[in-house]
Write a protein that binds this ligand. Structure first.
Ligand code: SAM
Length: 317
């Protein structure tokens, strides 16, 4: 067997790095949605050389293809441009970010200049009151300004929208129309059993088929072929616009998952379904790192995501 490959031929090629477990929004799928819980950015963060050393170490063994910076909220990470620049200098050029976009307008150009290639912006509502119900923050226009700034400076932009019953199903078509009007791809997500939703996703679960049924009230579409290791399935409308659905429950994608996660404390995880952190440090020798990566690989599920008591805020979305 090739090192760092499992019996199902899965390997780690896509590293998701949580730069901080602090967020400036308080989304109901990550937290209990209590407005008072919004955490100020005052907890100590690991510096850019900490992350750079660990990522380079992992890259030496794994020959990584993409690095996705996430959190918590990555735009709260103070040394973000320096880290992106450092990754580029190490020949890691496919640098992507997942962000809530709230602070993106004023940072987009600097991040693009540093070498960022693309951003996935989480936007679960276009209507202000629904945006507030999800994030406990006002001013969805700040996110829209962030999306515009990213597009204007030439970043590739995608949107991600978690759809929750009783909260934002009404936003499926408005979000789709918004994405189409900007000529960007949107992916809808089935809510996952994580954190406080671990034992109770049914209340809010909206299945892929329900999302498709809603879209079918306005658009005709056909499914596209799935790309290897992709999280999303995609459809194309008869007018040529594309949208996707990330359906952990209805269309699981564990069988060819190539993702590895590094959290804000320096732990790796091979799977979102697993709560057991594996601590790594830059001074690990190759043998010790290989062993840790094999442990992470064994965390992967074969069939489907089974849930986790950790929220995405902690492990990195
Ligand atoms: N703060 C950034 C953001 O909002 O994009 C990055 C981190 S956040 C944890 C990343 C994304 O994870 C969320 O926007 C949402 O799309 C997804 N997410 C978090 N918890 C989820 C859950 N329980 N089910 C489905 N998606 C979830």
């Amino acid at each position: 067997m090739i090192p760092n490959t499992d019996p199902y031929n899965r390997t780690f090629k896509n590293l998701r790095v949580s730069l901080t477990d602090v967020c400036n929004l308080n989304c109901v799928y990550c937290t209990l949605g209590n407005e008072d819980d919004i955490v100020a950015d005052h907890r100590p963060q690991k510096n850019a050389s900490f992350f750079l050393n660990l990522i380079v170490k992992l890259h030496q063994q794994l020959n990584l293809e993409t690095i996705r910076l996430t959190g918590g909220e990555p735009l709260l990470y103070r040394e973000l441009p320096q880290l992106i620049q450092g990754l580029n200098q190490q020949n890691l050029h496919q640098i992507q970010m997942t962000t809530n976009g709230y602070l993106l307008a004023r940072q987009a150009q600097a991040l693009k200049n540093a070498g960022l290639k693309s951003v996935n912006v989480s936007l679960d509502a276009i209507e202000e009151d629904v945006f507030f119900a999800i994030t406990k923050r006002k001013n969805v226009n700040k996110v829209i300004a962030g999306i515009d700034a990213a597009l204007n400076c030439g970043l590739t932009v995608k949107l991600n929208a978690v759809i929750m019953k009783g909260i934002n199903e009404s936003q499926i078509l408005p979000l789709l129309d918004f994405a189409f009007s900007k000529n960007i791809t949107i992916r809808f997500l089935e809510v996952m059993a994580m954190g406080h939703l671990y034992t109770n996703t049914e209340t809010h679960f909206v299945a892929q088929q329900q999302i498709l049924d809603t879209i079918a009230t306005k658009y005709s579409f056909t499914q596209k072929d799935r790309q290897l290791s992709a999280t999303a399935n995609y459809w194309q409308t008869t007018c040529g616009q594309t949208f996707g659905i990330i359906a952990n429950e209805s269309a699981p994608f564990c069988h060819d998952c190539n993702r590895l996660r590094l959290d804000a404390k320096g732990n790796i995880y091979g799977c979102l379904s697993n709560n057991n952190p594996i601590a790594i440090t830059p001074d690990l020798d190759d043998f010790a790192l290989t062993q840790k990566l094999q442990t992470a690989m064994q965390q992967k599920q074969l069939f489907k995501f089974t849930g986790s008591s950790l929220s995405m805020l902690q492990i990195g979305g």
